[in-house]
Design a protein around this ligand. Structure first.
Ligand SMILES: Cc1ncc(COP(=O)(O)O)c(C=O)c1O
Length: 383
């Protein structure tokens, strides 16, 4: 046996393997399963995006290494940011990614050495802590929960951590919490980054899923943000392009350069047809985005209403793709998730996102309304 790197010790996969094994057993037995465990969009991209992709793949000149993003793609990102978030972006402030995961996974390698610290939310999207382990850096987690209204107090971070931290990462609308931030909190975050010389990262993957007529807020809209912050974004959730891998990070070119250097050794860019389809999406009339948001808002309304009717008082998410639900007292997150599988619903146990997630489950709104209503009824059998 050749011993793998110690870095793998902290990259837990066991929860998901256990759930997958149980799900497969149920499927083999012929049970109808409603899978609400993964935030992968269940609908296709808009027709014009698929059409664009289909035509491009037939062209012979599309198959070389892309290496970098095209000017058209970068210009499309700038246009989109101005239109949707009123943020001015220059073309050299865009770094294309193979999905935002690519950048989030490698940013710590680009910035952190042993003894350096990354500050990340708990619960948080798993790569925020995994990237620290992959880079051999130290992780400091701040609790993000109902008692701090999902906006952790930055004052409470110990002085030693502030000194050693080089990256701090946030995500609104949050995965798994679906929480939103506000302008004042974003200003505090930027101030914190500037004061302590920390690279602030905002992951804005769910920027188009914000409900109840609230406006999306880019961290880069805050004054002086570009001096300390970069923002990751993606077409996966906004345009249902999750499998057609493409994303980007925006920021001052000097802040993006370390990641660009690492990536120049790791990959050769995004398939050209995906780049041009993404540019078409980002420069479209955005009618699709309005419908898309309404679809998820309706799903949220129907699912949460059904849960409330059944007697489970979950918080109504104001954005994102998930319901972050407190489990009934008699269950741990894992017990609840395993019991839910018995009833034909797959959800993700909250502790998979960090220890603060214990006592919660994450339920993704990635099925049609009727199936969500049925899922709510099945879950209510556990109350
Ligand atoms: C919060 C968040 N960030 C980033 C990603 C990665 O998305 P992609 O790599 O498809 O852009 C996801 C995917 O689920 C996510 O939930």
């Amino acid at each position: 046996m050749i011993k793998p790197s110690n870095k793998l010790n902290n990259l837990a996969t066991s929860v998901f393997s256990e759930l997958a094994a149980k799900k497969n057993e149920k499927l083999r037995q012929g049970q109808d399963m409603i899978d609400l465990s993964i935030g992968s969009p269940d609908s296709p991209p808009p027709a014009f995006v698929k059409e664009h992709l289909a035509q491009s793949v037939l062209r012979d000149d599309q198959y070389g290494y892309a290496i970098n993003s095209t000017d058209t793609f970068n210009e499309a990102v700038c246009h989109y940011y101005k239109q949707r978030f009123d943020v001015e972006v220059a073309t050299d402030e865009v770094l294309q990614l193979i999905g935002s995961q690519d950048g989030l996974a490698h940013i710590a390698l680009a910035y952190l050495d042993k003894g350096d610290v990354i500050i990340a939310p708990d619960p948080g999207y798993p790569i925020y802590s995994a990237c620290a382990h992959i880079a051999g850096a130290e992780l400091y987690q701040v609790p993000v929960n109902e008692s701090n209204n999902f906006k952790p107090s930055l004052d409470e971070i110990p002085a030693d951590i502030k000194k050693r931290a080089k990256i701090m990462i946030f995500n609104y609308p949050g995965n798994p919490t679906s929480a939103l931030a506000d302008q004042t909190y974003f200003e505090e975050i930027v101030e914190f980054g500037l004061t302590h010389n920390i690279l602030v990262i905002h992951d804005f993957a769910y920027c188009e899923l914000i409900f109840d007529n609230q406006k999306p807020l880019s961290l880069l809209a805050v004054q002086d943000a570009k001096k300390t912050a970069i923002e990751f974004n993606s077409l996966s959730k906004s345009f249902n392009m999750a499998g057609a891998r493409i994303g980007y990070v925006i920021g001052d070119p000097t802040l993006l350069q370390p990641l660009a250097t690492i990536k120049s050794h790791l990959d050769y860019g995004v398939f050209h047809p995906i780049q041009s389809a993404a540019a078409a999406a980002l420069t479209s009339d955005y009618q699709f985005l309005d419908e898309h948001r309404k679809t998820y808002e309706k799903r949220r309304n129907i699912f949460v209403k059904e849960l409330h009717t059944q007697g489970w008082s979950v918080r109504t998410p104001q954005g994102g793709m998930f319901v972050w639900a407190k489990t009934p007292q008699q269950y741990t997150s894992l017990d609840f998730s395993l019991e839910a599988i018995e009833k034909g619903v797959i959800v993700t146990p909250g502790h998979a996102f960090g220890s603060e997630g214990e006592g919660y489950v994450r339920i993704a709104l990635v099925q049609e309304e009727q199936r969500l209503q049925e899922a709510a009824k099945r879950l209510a059998l556990l109350l």
